[in-house]
Design a protein around this ligand. Sequence first.
Ligand SMILES: NC(=O)c1ccc[n+]([C@@H]2O[C@H](COP(=O)([O-])OP(=O)(O)OC[C@H]3O[C@@H](n4cnc5c(N)ncnc54)[C@H](O)[C@@H]3O)[C@@H](O)[C@H]2O)c1
Length: 250
Amino acid sequence: MVRELSQHVAVVTGSARGIGRAIAVRLAAEGAAVVVNALSEGTAEALAAELRKAGRRTIGVRGDVADPDDAARLLEACRAEFGDCSLLVNNAGFEQRVPFEALDVGDWDRMIAVHLRGTFLCCRAAIPGMLRLGEGAIVNIVSRQGQTGGIEVAHYAAAKAGVVGLTKSLAREFGRRGIRVNAVAPGPINTDMADGFAGDWREKRMAELPLGFFGESGDVADTVAFLASPQARLYTGQTLAPNCGGLMLG
Ligand SMILES: NC(=O)c1ccc[n+]([C@@H]2O[C@H](COP(=O)([O-])OP(=O)(O)OC[C@H]3O[C@@H](n4cnc5c(N)ncnc54)[C@H](O)[C@@H]3O)[C@@H](O)[C@H]2O)c1
């Protein structure tokens, strides 16, 4: 059995802005209890307070997903306020473009730590509660670049591809215990992250895309909402890709 969105207790990492914010806002609007997470307490609480004013059930919790204690505290704060987390969305992340020859070990380690270790740590902290509930959904936000690779994003693409391997493995290991684990691999989405790309990247990329435009954060939130819903009860170990046809470009 997969619960309705309104019945979920959700933790969305990196959800003070961008795609994570759209996911948190969408889930809260559906009636789910939502834990907003950000690197600073004030930022997390600001969105949570805004949502509470609109009558939503939310709290804001500071935490760096790459830190094992923070990840454990995040899921514990959820349990204390709303009960065990039934929906974990691993969204926290950042992109960084560095030519491979200039990529140093620190860049590599931080990228892997936030995306791959962070996703592992939050899954590790959430799964015991999902097992207590006898059900759960995990949605990991990856990227088209993890599917195709990309120039000057070797560490980002490797981290995201690693999360897909983690997704499939957890899907196999926990499927019979009621936990579905899926990934969402957006193509370019209009967020601060995409705005930060240099030069005429945006224009060139848009011209290549079969649909000819970038998606919005809400489009990714729609995909996450679907994967968390009873309509997605047959989905596990999948990567859904809201990408305007971009994957076909290779
Ligand atoms: N924007 C795009 O075009 C695009 C495309 C594909 C995938 N993605 C992925 O979607 C996710 C969200 O991207 P976005 O565009 O909304 O980016 P964003 O930079 O707007 O938001 C990311 C959020 O994650 C937070 N964060 C970063 N590191 C963190 C950490 N260690 N612990 C907790 N929070 C942390 C940031 O502070 C920020 O609030 C990322 O995983 C990104 O890789 C984005």
